[in-house]
Design a protein around this ligand. Structure first.
Ligand code: LMR
Length: 396
């Protein structure tokens, strides 16, 4: 039976990490996967997380199962982060949240829920988008369609293409939106563009599904939720898949959530019962540790302050690396204008480097970036910047 199975292609992001690990060169640099590195090139556990874990370890009394939807305090804290303190839709109990294993787990639960329980069959994703989106939605049984998003010549958003393509969507189609720090381009909608997308979704009865994996990595925790809150104020229904891998540095705890917003409380309760059923058939109920860390931090004023400061430090260091990257490329004799990199948000920069240049970076210089030309700026440091820019100058 197994001999009939075809070999799967390597994952464009995690597969690259495998190749990187097997590379014997000492001076190799991984700018592929989106993992934050500090100035010393490490991905440390946040201090706020360590303190929460110490507290949890001393106070833990049981390893009993969680409910299907996970830690209640966590789910409440997620809603406040997403929609803000005193949000009208939260107060009206229109939102229901289930803890999920990372943003990927949340997206997969959302997609499976839609396929099994609604008439939604198509999902529109941006071109380009995160390399795993197509895979997740295909596997769950949705038909994936693309909307234009990026204008390569100007390294800018192609908002006209986005609106033109989305106006072809049929009532009931799902639209995947990156809440902030668009992956891979780092280019986000402005408030007027969010408003236009929200009106389009409302007027054409499209269902927004937010992938919100980088809250706090753009302009700040509240600022980065602007698009989501604007859309949520206009449409009756939406879904959010959020992740705490990046903003709490909890990558291997696999902690995220799926949030459903319905037109009223009764609809939310009924629809959410099917989200729970989807979870039960996948992994029964979620693991506890990541959710307990996040809820401990978010419900303790001192820990929360410390986390916010640590998050700001990560955000500011990445912004600093963007500026340094642009000036270092210049210093290495690159005449092409790369100033657009300092205007992008979040961990990634869409460099415009082509496949051949990406391959040369890896083979000749041990600098790993994703095949699409996406560079994880979060993996750059003052120490590796020179080598990276020298390599890029050579392949250009
Ligand atoms: C990325 O885009 O690099 C991250 O979201 C990690 C992943 O799972 O691909």
């Amino acid at each position: 039976i197994f001999s009939q199975v075809a070999l799967a292609p390597a994952d464009p992001i995690l597969g690259l990490t495998d190749t990187f690990k097997a590379d014997p060169r000492a001076d190799k640099v991984n700018l592929g996967v989106g993992i934050y590195k500090n100035e010393a090139g490490q991905t440390p556990v946040l201090n706020s997380v360590k303190k929460a874990e110490t507290k949890l370890l001393s106070e833990e009394t049981t390893k009993n199962y969680l409910g299907i939807e996970g830690v209640q305090a966590y789910n409440g804290a997620v809603q406040t982060l997403l929609f803000g303190t005193g949000s009208a839709l939260v107060t009206a109990e229109r939102a229901m949240t289930a803890q999920a294993p990372g943003g990927t787990g949340a997206l997969r639960i959302a997609a499976e829920f839609l396929v099994r329980n609604t008439h939604a069959r198509n999902i529109w994703i941006s071109n380009p988008t995160w390399a795993n989106h197509q895979n997740i939605f295909d596997t769950a049984g949705l038909t994936v369609k693309e909307y234009g998003y990026y204008r390569a010549e100007s390294h800018d958003i192609d908002f006209d293409a986005m609106m033109t393509d989305l106006s072809q969507a049929a009532a009931g189609d799902v639209v995947l939106l990156h809440g902030c720090c668009h992956n891979p381009t780092g280019i986000d909608l402005n408030a007027a563009q969010w408003q236009a997308v929200a009106e389009l979704c409302r007027d054409r009865s499209l269902l927004p599904l937010f992938d919100f994996a980088y809250q706090g990595f753009g302009a700040g925790i509240e600022e980065d939720a602007q698009g989501l809150r604007l859309v949520a104020a206009l449409v009756p229904e939406l879904l959010v898949a959020n992740s705490f891998s990046k903003n709490f540095g909890l990558y291997n705890e696999r902690i995220g959530a799926v949030t459903l917003v319905a037109k009223d409380k009764a609809t939310a309760v009924t629809a959410f019962s099917q989200i729970k059923r989807t979870i039960r058939s996948n992994y029964s109920n979620p693991p506890a540790h990541g959710a307990l860390i996040v809820s401990t931090i978010l419900t303790d004023a001192a820990l929360r302050n410390e986390w916010e400061a640590e998050l700001a430090e990560m955000r500011n260091r990445i912004a600093e690396m963007r500026t340094l990257f642009v000036s270092s490329l210049k210093a290495h004799g690159v005449t092409q204008d790369f100033s657009f990199i300092s205007r992008q948000n979040g961990m990634f920069s869409f460099s415009g480097l082509n496949k051949e240049q990406v391959n040369r970076l890896r083979d000749e210089f041990g600098v790993y970036i994703v095949g699409s030309g996406r560079i994880s700026v979060a993996g750059m440091t003052k120490s590796n910047m020179d080598a990276i820019c020298k390599a890029i100058a050579c392949v250009l």
